[in-house]
Ligand binder design. Structure first.
Ligand code: GLC
Ligand code: MG
Length: 520
């Protein structure tokens, strides 16, 4: 039985998720009391802000009215729940944030998203909203913003997901519930972060103790990590086990965090780990390099995402399909103005949140192209920027796909969106090594309207980069991926395009040269 449990730490917030209402939580600087019904399943997180932002306070968990039995489970960072910032010397590892930021330009947005059932909708075989998100990101954000994936998956299981779903390559990957931070496409590990997690951690001891709990079924080998020990557990056994195991590990002097997620998984982590801690660390590094993003949006759907919303200064979205445990946690929050409850599922909800918080453009390239294809043209007379160049690349690629799929009107206006932006002498080198005049190719393409109607294709553009080579010339590079909407026949190309200013064109640009090379 839990009884009245007290813990000390620099606690700034205590959150409660209860799987069966009603529950009541109160939070004050001096004392926090959480009450729950006897039959409820409750998960309590104690969270602290970085750098001792709040005075040391005392939090207590007490039985409330009519509360006789123990709550089914309690997850608390038992010791020193304060976020401990790392000094720059301790973070000198192989990988660091310097790998992914261009120190010269400000970062408008850092988008931090969970993967399963947040960025990725496992119920949508055609990945419609994920593809829409990918095109928005490539058009308007990839060139100067940061994409971070924060997942419970190990890097191995993440690679598996990349093969199944159209995932962009993030600038930073936070894996294994905030225990591994990897940078860039080569996934360079942050060794400093891993060392930081050793405090109060003894993996062997955790594994040994867990063997005494028959309710715990070890997860697959790939998910057992240096700083993460993971099990499957039946929902109705979770409460007692978490309570007893927490006590046991605490008695052994370990400082651990137990996180129960998705109604099936139990992760045991060092107390300094977790999605929230890892994000706070990332923001701290960006601050040190004077590259704090103008805005940070965190996106999640389940229990282990709750910490993300507690990081100072972030805005968050709970996607429309969120799990009960996260919704209950949200209900119990006293301050929720930084969190947006999306109506739409997964990536659809993320797009909604970008609009809601006003982080920047939120119109999807396909929608913009369709708008143009009804009219003759949308004139653009402002001087093109790097963002105009990436947007133009995405819009034209999108227009090509809409055309072959027969998803836009079969009109001259729609076809002109592609043809009119090709410079007279523009050429393209095709993946099979042939060079052609672009205008000629686009004219031939006119006959291909609806060619893929019965087996539609989808594309996404990854790793979009842009350089301004001269006042009126932009070099854009990216990886072009295409596949059938059912995920089959995936092909990738390295692509390079040179664009030149031409006022009056949709993005104030015309195409001069394109080069595509198959990706191995
Ligand atoms: C992912 C991981 C698993 C973890 C779960 C919840 O599914 O693969 O190890 O327990 O997320 O965090
Ligand atoms: Mg999830």
């Amino acid at each position: 039985m839990l009884g009245s449990k007290q813990f000390m730490g620099d606690v700034s917030a205590v959150h409660c998720h209860s799987l069966s209402p009603p529950f009541l939580s109160r939070f004050s600087k001096r004392r926090t009391v959480l009450r729950t019904r006897a039959d409820s399943t409750t998960c309590i997180h104690a969270t602290a802000r970085p750098r001792n932002a709040v005075p040391r306070i005392r939090a207590s968990l007490k039985h409330g009215d009519g509360f006789n039995a123990a709550p089914a489970f309690v997850s608390v960072a038992i010791h020193g729940s304060r976020r401990v910032p790392l000094s720059s010397t301790t973070r000198a590892g192989i990988g660091s944030i310097d790998k992914v930021v261009n120190a010269k330009e400000p970062i408008p947005l850092m988008l931090v998203s969970d993967l399963d059932f947040t960025m990725v909708d496992h119920q949508d075989n055609e990945n419609v909203d994920q593809i829409r998100f990918n095109s928005l990101w490539a058009a308007d954000y990839a060139h100067n913003s940061l994409l971070v994936f924060s997942t419970g998956r190990s890097p191995e299981k993440y690679q598996q997901l990349r093969r199944e779903k159209p995932l962009l390559t993030p600038d930073v990957g936070i894996f294994s519930v905030g225990t591994e931070i990897l940078y860039g496409p080569s996934l360079d590990p942050d060794v400093g972060w891993e060392n930081h997690l050793n405090d109060g951690w003894n993996r062997d001891l955790v594994v040994r103790e867990c063997q005494n709990f028959l309710s715990l079924k070890p997860q697959e080998e790939s998910e057992q990590r240096l700083h993460k020990v993971s099990f499957y557990i039946e929902k109705d056994l979770a409460g007692d086990t978490v309570r007893d195991l927490t006590k046991r590990l605490e008695d052994l002097g370990l400082k651990v965090k137990l996180i129960y997620s998705g109604g099936y998984a139990l992760d045991i982590l060092p107390h300094r780990a977790g999605k929230g801690e890892a994000l706070a660390y990332l923001l701290e590094q960006l601050k040190e390099t004077k590259m704090t993003p103008k805005g940070t949006l965190v996106c999640g759907d389940s229990g282990n995402d709750a910490e993300l919303y507690t990081v100072e200064g972030v805005r968050g979205v709970i996607v429309g399909n969120a799990m009960e445990e996260l919704l209950r946690w949200y209900d119990g929050l006293q301050f929720k103005t930084n969190i947006f409850m999306a109506v739409q599922r997964c990536a659809g909800g993320i797009i909604e949140a970008i609009e809601h918080f006003g982080f920047g453009p939120y119109e999807i390239p396909a929608d913009r192209v369709l708008e143009i294809s009804h009219k003759t043209h949308t004139m653009e007379n402002s001087v093109p920027t790097k963002g105009s160049a990436t947007r133009e690349v995405v819009e034209v690629n999108t227009a090509l796909v809409l055309w072959v799929n027969g998803d836009c009107p079969n009109t001259d206006a729609a076809h002109n969106r592609i043809l009119s932006v090709m410079a007279e002498d523009a050429t393209m080198v095709y993946p099979w090594g042939e060079e052609r005049i672009l205008r000629k190719s686009v004219i031939t393409y006119k006959d291909k309207y609806g060619l893929k109607k019965n087996a539609k294709v989808q594309v996404w553009m990854d790793g979009m980069k842009v350089q301004k080579l001269a006042d009126d010339i932009f070099l854009v590079t990216w990886q072009n991926w295409q596949q059938l909407t059912n995920g089959e026949n995936r092909k990738g190309y390295f692509a390079t395009a040179i664009l030149r200013t031409k006022l009056g064109n949709p993005n104030g640009l015309e195409w001069v040269r394109v080069h595509e090379t198959p990706r191995g």
